[in-house]
Design a protein. Structure first.
Length: 267
């Protein structure tokens, strides 16, 4: 069983006083699916929090920041029920934006138990350099989900994935050309022993940004139920249905009156 992205969601970023930023998936989420939330905040310290309408507990899988106080995080939770899901992200005064995705086929462990490996790149501070997510340790299994995100301080740029890293950008979960907090998200199918990393580029505008990468485990394979036949015993013939035999009446031989009582008069 492999993973599959079911739907994507992006909020409207905000700036200024402390406030919540909420948005709801267009379709119902499915119980047991895994939700990922990608947050980006331009604040003095990373105090971002994520909650939702199902009271699911969100765990931060990987986090990165710059000296210019740009903080990017990848969060996750497992949907506890099937139905509508509104996500709310909050932080202190500053700029805040986020996006989200729903996936099936992934490990359902609590906390960070779904994480195989992760990395956070060295942030860029007001430079035109590409954003590198850093490189993970070797992955432990085949066909896992590799995710990468880039967060910037709101320079109104659009990020693309540099060719050669194998990641594909998901525009439906990206805040492109955002003046508050730009976000771009991508994924790829990870192979056993891979050292994953993603490189993002935005065309040469001086920007402050940080990129991340994480590899998520697959759901455990279910064990099929196998019917075990009864063993045959060599040389033994299975009995068929028992035949019903006709029982004949026998006249008692020593009776002094052999026909008496049988409905036949004596001679």
């Amino acid at each position: 069983m492999g993973w599959s992205r079911l739907q994507s969601l992006k909020s409207v970023s905000r700036t200024g006083s402390a406030a919540n930023v909420a948005a709801t998936f267009a379709s119902n989420v499915t119980q047991g699916s895994r939700i990922f939330v990608y947050t980006n905040a331009v604040i003095s310290s990373n105090n971002v929090a994520v909650i939702d309408g199902q009271s699911n507990t969100y765990t931060k899988l990987v986090s990165g920041g710059s000296s210019a106080t740009v903080f990017a995080d990848i969060w996750t939770a497992v949907a506890s029920s099937t139905g509508s899901l509104q996500i709310t992200v909050s932080s202190a005064t500053g700029q805040l934006g986020w996006t989200a995705e729903e996936y099936s086929g992934l490990d359902g462990s609590a906390g960070a138990g779904c994480r195989d490996v992760s990395a956070a790149g060295t942030a860029n501070n007001n430079t035109t350099a590409n954003a590198d997510s850093g490189t993970t340790a070797a992955t432990a299994a085949n066909n896992q989900l590799a995710l990468s995100m880039i967060g910037d301080w709101g320079n109104g740029v659009t990020w693309t994935v540099t060719s050669g890293t194998g990641f594909t950008k998901n525009s439906a979960a990206s805040l492109d050309n955002d003046a508050n907090t730009g976000i771009a998200v991508g994924n790829r199918l990870s192979a056993t022993g891979s050292a994953e990393h993603c490189v993002w580029t935005e065309g040469g505008t001086a920007d402050t940004d940080v990129a991340l990468v994480v590899v998520v485990k697959l759901a455990a394979a279910s064990t099929p139920i196998v019917a075990i036949p009864w063993p045959e015993v060599p040389g033994r013939r299975l009995k068929g249905p028992r035949k019903r035999q006709h029982r004949q009446s026998v006249i008692p031989q020593n009776s002094p009156r052999p026909f008496e009582g049988w409905g036949i008069p004596p001679s």
